[in-house]
Design a protein around this ligand. Sequence first.
Ligand code: IPE
Ligand code: IPE
Ligand code: MG
Length: 252
Amino acid sequence: MSALLPPVPADGNIPLHLAIIMDGNGRWAQRRRRPRIIGHRAGARTVNLVVDFCLEKGIRTLSLFAFSSENWGRPQDEVSALMKLFMNALEREVDELHRRGVRLRFIGDRTRFPDAIRERMAAAEAMTAADTRLNLVIAASYGGRQDIVQAARSLAVDIQAGRLRPEDIDESALASRIALSDLPLPDLFIRTGGEYRISNFMLWQLAYTELWFTDALWPEVDNAVLQQALDDYAQRERRFGLTSAQILEKPA
Ligand code: IPE
Ligand code: IPE
Ligand code: MG
């Protein structure tokens, strides 16, 4: 199958790559009459839960939308509190992730982060580079449009240098420069928090991903919610533009 389409997982049921928009932290806190940052802290605990869930289910890649390129526009106190929380998580969680065989990767525009965070991100990636049980991708300062823009720019640079001709630009040429091009595309996308939108997450990569939405706010997500998403996914027929008959006749 083309590298542009997600491979069908071996058992056909468990997604190889799960991508999640972790939304609803602020509302979770506000319902408790607490500051929004309390919700972000609670949300950070849910990250551990979902990592455990993926390890247990044999999901090989988990991509989490932690902070969008647009989230920089939030009130300054929320942004700084989120940076502190991010730094704490990098200090506290990485050793344990490494011990459990989790490879960490970050996608997004790192130049906008303070140096201390950038150094920690690089150190975490280096420490876990050889870990193979689960790829944990954190999308931070990430935007899907920006991802496509940097891919287009990289094609332009190669054309200007004479390494590429315009007629060589096809879907796979662009795809190879989009974030995570070395990994299978997301099979299943989950958004918590009750909004039915993509909010600039992995626009290119989600073209044929199965979408699943829940009203559960991110801090209240538990194994039962995640299992519901997997059960629903297992019932879906992924046709990739073909007919049902064509999909069914394909040799296993
Ligand atoms: C998601 O929760 C986390 C980030 C965007 C950083 P929100 O902070 O968007 O929570 P709501 O959507 O306002 O409830
Ligand atoms: C998307 O959530 C970004 C993350 C979860 C990191 P937002 O809360 O920023 O999205 P909108 O504003 O509701 O579309
Ligand atoms: Mg939100």
